[in-house]
Design a protein around this ligand. Structure first.
Ligand code: FES
Length: 87
């Protein structure tokens, strides 16, 4: 697993291997946009402040993935121990 951190409040949450980032945020009552939940629509794209996403979507372009400044919350994960999100 890995942790996500909300940039606004500094709150950190653990994302276990069986959870998605979106699930963890929803159960923490963080307001996020979701639609397809399969990495295709782009509704859940969120800016990354710090950390390296493990991109699992098919909506970001190769250039966007390489920049590591955005992530799809519904399916992507983290390569770094902590991912700070612009939330
Ligand atoms: Fe569609 Fe995440 S909800 S890409």
């Amino acid at each position: 697993g890995f942790h996500i951190q909300l940039n606004s409040t500094g709150q950190r949450f653990l994302v276990t291997p069986s959870q998605t980032i979106a699930e963890v945020l929803l159960s923490a009552k963080v307001d996020i946009m979701l639609s397809c939940e399969q990495g295709v629509c782009g509704s859940c794209i969120t800016d990354v402040i710090e950390g390296i996403p493990d991109h699992r979507d098919c909506v970001l372009t190769e250039e966007e993935r390489a920049e590591n400044t955005q992530i799809t919350l519904c399916c992507s994960r983290s390569k770094s121990p902590v991912l700070v999100l612009d939330l």
